[in-house]
Ligand binder design. Structure first.
Ligand SMILES: *Cc1c(COP(=O)(O)O)cnc(C)c1O
Length: 370
């Protein structure tokens, strides 16, 4: 009989739950007992704790990351007729939020090494925007690494555009010791179960120092009510419930250690894969990477992925098709670096449920199939 190797995948939300089970179970019991299931103490406490953890001015919980992006854009005044600059190598959610506001996405090219928004390309895009229709910029801190925020924020300010950071993959990432989510006018987080800080269901938050805009998010997330049953403006229902807020409170104290452990796993990968015929991830100078994904690149991506699967190593591809090539958001533009990245990226398993030996096994498998 042959040994069946444990399947290693790029995320394991159950392992994350089990690692914090006692605290999470107690938090769930506390909420069930409390009799308040929406907009109560747990949400208020989580908002305060998460804002403090980030060093942000404030936080407003919402139903998911996509809503966080959309409501933040609306709170910043983005609407019909506006254009919003972002990247095309992101999840559909980033662009869905822009379109939901009635705005139009403008895709900016990425840096070939970090695969993050290029500040030079952004400058050029803004310069070409004579009419000043680009009113907001959404940099996406992809894979756990922050964009060049000082340069992006400076370019935005010079153009009079707002900055909304997409932090869905970057809980705890930063630049120069200052966390992602505290640089822009607002930032959007997702607590989808596989994110570095995950709920056991959907969840999201808008974070930032613009108190007026944050207050507006609080109106928009509940029918535009300032006073109960009276809509000041057209809002909707996008609430973070008490159960998810309490679960996130139980997990937040572990986030720094989990991010550090992700860093150790990534360091191990970099050592074990040194000299292997794949392009390894590049960490920008002065940045704190929280390794939401460990992404290698190879032109033979699909074949390598299939060969690894045979060895019970399940890899992810974030993202196979750039937004400007997707039917819903197609644009007749060409973005060479973005298209090449989407064709080559492969996420190796990396999450806090893995051991160093697991990483060694994956690295050996990668060398073997290459
Ligand atoms: C997960 C994710 C989102 C969307 O978050 P949801 O909670 O799934 O709506 C947005 N942007 C990026 C970059 C993401 O990874």
């Amino acid at each position: 009989m042959t040994d069946v190797a444990r399947r290693l995948s790029s995320a394991d939300p159950k392992a994350s739950y089990l690692a914090a089970k006692a605290g999470i179970d107690a938090a769930i019991a506390r909420v069930l007992d409390s009799g308040t299931y929406i907009h109560g103490r747990e949400l208020a406490a989580f908002e305060a704790e998460f804002a403090a953890w980030l060093g942000a001015g404030g936080c407003a919980g919402v139903a998911n990351g996509t809503d966080a992006l959309e409501l933040a854009l609306r709170a910043l005044g983005v609407g019909a007729g506006d254009r919003v600059a972002t990247v095309a190598n992101t999840v559909s959610a980033t662009v869905a939020a822009i379109v939901a506001c009635g705005a139009e996405p403008v895709f900016v090219e990425i840096e070939p090494d970090t695969m993050l928004m290029s500040p030079e390309a952004l400058e050029a895009t803004l310069q070409a925007d004579g009419a000043g229709r680009i009113t907001a910029i959404v940099p996406v801190h992809l894979y756990g690494q922050a964009c060049d925020l000082p340069a992006i924020v400076a370019a935005a300010r010079a153009h009079g555009a707002k900055v909304l950071e997409d932090c869905a993959q970057a809980h705890g990432a930063g630049v120069g010791g200052r966390k992602a989510g505290t640089w822009g006018d607002l930032a959007a987080f997702s607590f989808y179960p596989t994110k570095n800080l995950g709920a056991l269901g959907d969840g999201g938050a808008v974070v930032g120092g613009d108190a007026t805009a944050l207050e507006r998010v609080r109106l928009l997330r509940q029918y535009g009510w300032r006073t109960r049953y009276v809509s000041d403006e057209h809002g909707r229902n996008s609430r973070l419930d008490e159960l998810q807020a309490a679960i996130l409170r139980a997990r937040l104290p572990h986030l720094a250690a989990e991010n550090a452990y992700r860093g150790q796993l990534a360091t191990r990968y970099l050592e074990q894969l040194a000299g292997a015929p794949v392009r390894l991830p590049v960490v920008a100078a002065g940045g704190t990477h929280v390794w939401h994904q460990f992404v290698v690149r190879t032109p033979r991506r699909d074949a390598v992925r299939a060969a690894l699967e045979v060895q019970a190593v399940l890899c992810g591809v974030l993202y196979p098709v750039p937004l400007h090539r997707q039917p819903a958001y197609a644009q007749r533009i060409s973005l060479t670096h973005t298209e090449q990245a989407c064709a080559e990226v492969l996420s190796l398993p990396l999450h806090p449920g893995l051991t160093m030996a697991d990483v060694d096994r994956v690295a050996a498998a990668v060398r073997d199939v290459m």
